[in-house]
Design a protein around this ligand. Sequence first.
Ligand SMILES: [Zn+2]
Length: 200
Amino acid sequence: MNASLIACPDCDLLQHKPLVPPGGVARCRRCGAGLYRRVPGGVDRTLALALAGLVLFAVANLFPLLSVRLGEDLVSATLAAAVKALWDQGELALAGLVAGTCIVAPLLVLLSILYVFAPLHFGRLPPAVAPVVRSLHAFQAWNMMEVFLLGILVTVVKLAKMATILPGPGVVAFFMLIFLLAAAATAMDTEAVWARIGIR
Ligand SMILES: [Zn+2]
């Protein structure tokens, strides 16, 4: 795949990527649809968001998502414990799906962002940057933390009458991480990467 070519999302016209200054928008030559946006300061913002994301990821995984009080008993569950519980109940596919979409994919997104954008911040390109950027988009597609969060909310509503549900620090970090990853995806200026590859 030629990194200097881009297909219009609206009319499919294959064209050379126009040079766009940071803050500018590249438009299709034929129909004027937006092709991509150069985010001003996008490299630093993406890097900062990914670093903050890594801290939230640690909190979301190390601290309990929820505590359930049923009579005298108080049970706290981390994300890993939820995956293990599913696994132990024989829900192997579901356990794999939750682990993949809520632990592995977000972690790979964060690590790939750091791998690409930390050297870029210092004006360098890491080795194999093109495949990593392409994989990053794939990892983003598999990051479905919001689906899991929706599942938690449904469970909380269903259990609310039977038990006392206490939100843990993990669920707060989990919730914030969803927004942070979305912000990082918006700030991510992959065109800055492609432009630099073109220069080299
Ligand atoms: Zn077009």
